[in-house]
Design a protein around this ligand. Structure first.
Ligand code: NAD
Length: 289
């Protein structure tokens, strides 16, 4: 099985910067790529902030092994570049975290296919596209799969690993080993599924909670309390909405013509978003923090 040691991350936005930093923190040789020198400069600032968070949370350490001092070494080790050929010239694994847009991703893989060495495995972090939508642009469908992180990767540290029918099982295994080695809990899917495991479970729960609320069946507190007490879960669905932030659920609901979704979108907009109540991040959403 191929051993992964050098990792290149494409896109240094919200997720890409976290993915790159997580791998570097756990000892991988990391290069981060973005479109311009200005953007990779911003990536440096993101890495510095993450270094503070990882140190404060003692990520990968314990009481006997504090991570004090690791941040400087990790920061110094991450290379950043706006030259794609240079970024991927020696990569064992490229993790793509460019915007969630089919054309942007296809163009990225077309360029990448021509520049990366034959040994390089490609992984997409896409949340909503299937790897099958992209595999024909990679030039190596057998060395391509999805590796899906959750936001705040150091804490919500699942890594959903999902191949296509063409993915070589040895490549899948190498990526699972990389995930484990970089402080993540690999979640292996046996075949492709939109929403992976997590969103296949979470989205129906959140939709059902919205339906109960806008249908006038029960209020926010009652719905959450039911879920917590009856299942032992720590959070109810509206507490989860607050953690996600209400803008993304609004964008999804407003795009769905179903009358229930439209009613939920209107409620989110009028009672929360227009009043600056966007969830935990703004100190208030369905609840106050
Ligand atoms: P983002 O907009 O924060 O970052 C995207 C980055 O990609 C930006 O830095 C941008 O400059 C760069 N970029 C744009 N075009 C590029 C190109 N052609 N080549 C290289 N870089 C390019 O987006 P994000 O939230 O980090 O999402 C990135 C991917 O991660 C998406 O596929 C998304 O579905 C997935 N994802 C996001 C989250 C989340 O919570 N934000 C969670 C899991 C997965």
């Amino acid at each position: 099985m191929q051993k992964i040691t050098t990792v290149t991350v494409l896109g240094t936005g919200v997720l890409g910067s976290q993915i790159a930093f997580q791998a570097a923190w756990f000892g991988f040789d990391v290069t981060a790529y973005d479109l311009t020198d200005e953007l990779v400069g911003e990536a440096r600032t993101r890495f510095e902030k993450l270094a503070g968070v990882y140190t404060a949370d003692n990520v990968g350490g314990d009481a006997d092994h504090p991570v004090e001092g690791r941040a400087e070494k990790v920061l110094a080790g991450i290379r950043v570049t706006s030259d794609l050929a240079e970024a991927v010239s020696d990569a064992d694994l490229v993790i793509e975290a460019v915007p969630e847009n089919l054309e942007v991703k296809r163009e990225t893989y077309t360029r990448l296919a021509a520049l990366a060495p034959q040994k390089t495995i490609f992984a997409t972090n896409s949340s909503t596209l299937l790897p099958s939508d992209l595999k024909d642009f990679t030039g190596r469908p057998d060395r391509f799969l999805a590796l899906h992180y959750a936001n705040n990767v150091w804490r919500q540290n699942t890594a959903e690993v999902m191949g296509t029918v063409d993915t070589d099982p040895a490549v899948f295994a190498a990526v699972v080993e990389f995930a484990t080695g970089s402080g993540l809990v690999p979640i292996e899917l046996k075949k492709e599924k939109a929403g992976y495991v997590l969103n296949s479970l979470l989205v129906p729960l959140l939709n059902a909670a919205a339906g109960l609320l806008v249908g006038g069946f029960a209020d926010v507190e009652t719905i959450d309390k039911t879920w917590r007490i009856a299942t032992g879960a720590p959070f109810g669905p509206f507490q989860i909405y607050d953690v996600i932030g209400l803008t993304t659920p609004y964008n999804i609901a407003v795009a769905n013509p179903d009358p229930g979704s439209q009613a939920f979108a209107a409620l989110l907009k009028e009672q929360y978003i227009d009043k600056g109540r966007l969830g935990v991040a703004t100190g208030e959403g369905f609840y106050r923090y």
